[in-house]
Design a protein around this ligand. Structure first.
Ligand code: PRX
Length: 647
């Protein structure tokens, strides 16, 4: 890792914004000075760019590790994303140009979205949902998913959006942990040319007693046959037709819980990351505007993230909608019905700012530049990436082939926990170096520390920490404040430990070095080695399992599992059968994103004398490298035995 970072850091190419771009940028370099001069005043000014039902007078209450921002004010997040724009005379502005995978199109203005959300708020109130209740949203990329999140925000219900690729068990775990009263879903949706049913997953998830879900609100999209649980299930379109159209948004406390989003940690159980209202919205809107140089009256923004992930929360729903910008949204995948799809959509809607993951860019590279080159992409003026490190080769390809050799490419680093972008260039300000996330966002403060908590000298790698509280920060882990303290704050006291390594070079550019814990990053999605291991061990075939993230040319990292079979199973199944069964098991148990790229059936696992699995060695094996130092192994012959099995 260090070697490759050294060569990356010798990168000499620099790309400043053009003079014309800089001249029209929404901010200039003085924003850094303003933030530094008085950080809290700076954030208060950003918060005042939103609409407040009741003004705040207090900016920050910081009792490490608990922060409250703007906490004596009242705000309605949905009002800020909807009514405010209509009242300012922008109701006719398109909020979403949406395309279904089969090619059906919808155009929804801010006025229409506001009307939809008001009705839906009334539907939810009619179902007995009140401020403080939790609602699970298990939906694909359709406008109703955005409406569902905003309707929750409007009435003060806390949503937990669950990615549509997750299994019934995973959905149930989230429903239980959040204690949701309502689930909003679809019959099915289009993906890779087929209808992918979702409602049956909800039915399975809710089969066993012990949850408090009273209703399931079902949007009709896939038009697939579904079972109907009378008394519990309600068609969205029927409920909406009967609902009152008017709903007046009330101000919520600034710290009112807006959403819980589950993410993988280093143990088997996902953590419910809790975000609250005003601070989160402030940072989402502000970063969206300054990083991407957003001018709502003329930009068309397309963030390709699913609403089931944090990027979909902050840069499809809350940030862009608070800024009142026009967006593009699409159902299904990029390559169905044809690999021309994303480029044709950019041309069709005149997309100006495109934000996606490095994995997608590497996939576009593999498919070939012929596809983007057949569309007119000249409307693009800013490109962004998120979710994983971007290699300079992919960065250059993105700028040259998609951005016509002229657009800034902003590499944005942040996490589910941070709520919004923390480290990133500003499109109209920063001189770019391919592969670097450049600088902290004005108003954010970081430190790169060694294990003892001391700052490392410039140029050296260390642990990334955030040294002062920020408005979009997670407030706790839902129902488990102890885990919150232990995971993020125990290591360095009042500094937030991100779990990533980082390094600052002589130019002051920041380079992210990847996770330093047992968290993998597959296609920009976070997966826990422990979660997949416990899934494997739960299968009757498995005696022991170890999982590592091995580097992968397209997905960044890939899941590779090493499994010792129980002898009974070993005698009845071939190695190939066992591998296939276990790969499928993990996909069924957690979701397709967790399916191991490879499962190796091995006779033993490399362990230290104290019994700890040496994942470093397994990673060497999985990546086909010379195996590193084995002197701490309890049994030195294990590596050889595994290598033989892997051949
Ligand atoms: O390791 C970092 C990586 O993704 C992790 C956060 O994952 P998640 O909470 O799922 O959020 C992803 C989208 C915000 C981080 O700890 N990561 C995210 N962005 C970058 C990145 N690594 C390198 N460069 C990035 N730009």
């Amino acid at each position: 890792m260090n070697e490759s970072i050294d060569s990356l850091m010798n990168e000499v190419r620099r790309f400043p914004p053009s003079e014309e771009f800089r001249a029209e940028s929404v901010v200039d370099a003085s924003i850094y000075d303003a933030a530094e001069a008085d950080r809290l005043q700076f954030w208060a000014d950003r918060a005042r760019e939103l609409h407040w039902h009741e003004e705040f007078t207090q900016v920050l209450d910081w009792q490490p590790p608990h922060a409250k921002w703007f906490y004596d004010g009242k705000i309605n997040v949905a009002y800020n994303c909807l009514d405010r724009h209509v009242e300012a005379g922008n109701g006719d502005r398109v909020a979403f140009h949406w395309e279904g995978e089969p090619g059906d199109q919808r155009k929804i203005t801010y006025a229409e979205m506001t009307a939809e959300v008001k009705r839906l708020a009334n539907v939810m109130l009619g179902l007995g949902i009140r401020k403080g209740d939790r609602v699970a949203i298990y939906m694909p990329m359709i406008p109703e998913s955005v409406a569902a999140m905003l309707a929750c925000a409007r009435i003060g219900a806390t949503h937990t959006t669950v990615f549509g690729g997750f299994s019934p068990q995973n959905l149930r775990m989230r429903v239980d942990d959040a204690d949701a009263k309502l689930v909003i879903t679809v019959d099915g949706f289009n993906r890779k040319g087929k209808v992918f049913a979702l409602k049956p997953t909800v039915d399975t998830a809710l089969e066993a007693e012990g949850h408090n879900v009273e209703n399931v609100l079902v949007v009709r999209r896939g038009e697939n046959e579904i079972d109907w649980n009378a008394g519990r299930d309600i068609w969205y379109h029927e409920a909406m037709a009967d609902a009152e159209p008017e709903h007046v948004a009330e101000g919520m406390e600034a710290e009112h819980p807006l959403f819980i989003l589950y993410t993988s940690g280093t143990t088997g159980n996902p953590k419910g990351i809790l975000h609250t209202s005003a601070g989160y919205l402030t940072q989402a809107a502000y970063t969206h505007r300054i990083v991407f140089d957003i001018k709502p009256e003329r930009d068309v923004f397309w963030c390709t993230a699913d609403v089931g992930w944090v990027t979909g929360h902050s840069y499809v729903v809350y940030g862009p909608m608070a800024n009142g910008v026009t967006q593009v949204m699409s159902e299904g995948t990029f390559d169905t019905p044809t690999p021309h799809r994303p480029w044709q959509m950019i041309e069709r809607y005149g997309v100006t700012v495109f934000y996606t993951a490095p994995t997608a860019i590497r996939t576009f590279m593999k498919i070939g530049r012929e596809y983007p080159q057949e569309s007119d992409l000249s409307s693009l003026r800013v490109l962004g990436t998120v979710g994983e490190p971007i290699n300079p080769e992919a960065w250059m390809w993105y700028r040259d082939v998609i951005g016509g050799g002229k657009t800034p490419v902003v590499d944005t680093w942040w996490q589910t926990e941070t709520g919004a972008i923390m480290i990133s260039p500003l499109a109209g300000v920063t001189e770019l170096t391919p592969g670097s996330a450049e600088h902290v966002i004005p108003g954010i403060e970081i430190g790169i520390l060694n294990e003892k908590g001391e700052p490392v000298p410039q140029g050296q790698g260390g642990l990334l920490t955030i040294t002062s509280p920020w408005p979009g920060m997670l407030r706790t882990i839902w129902g488990d404040d102890k885990r919150y303290r232990e995971t993020y704050w125990e290591k360095f006291g009042d500094k937030y430990f991100a779990g990533d390594g980082a390094r600052i070079d002589d130019n002051g550019d920041i380079w992210l070095l990847g996770r330093v814990d047992d968290v993998m990053n597959v296609s920009g999605h976070r997966l826990s080695t422990a979660e997949i291991e416990s899934s494997l061990v739960a299968h009757e075939a498995t005696a022991e399992a170890a999982v590592v993230g091995a580097s992968d040319a397209t997905t960044g990292q890939a899941v590779v599992a090493f499994v010792i079979l129980k002898s009974r199973f070993e005698q009845t199944k071939s190695v190939e059968e066992a591998e296939a069964i276990l790969r499928k098991h993990v996909a069924d148990d957690i979701g397709a994103i967790a399916r191991p790229r490879q499962v190796f059936i091995v006779p033993d696992l490399p362990k230290t004398r104290s019994g700890k699995i040496m994942r470093r060695l397994l990673r060497d094996l999985a990546e086909g490298r010379e195996v590193g130092d084995t002197t701490t192994l309890a049994d030195g012959s294990v590596v050889k035995a595994i290598q033989e099995q892997m051949r």
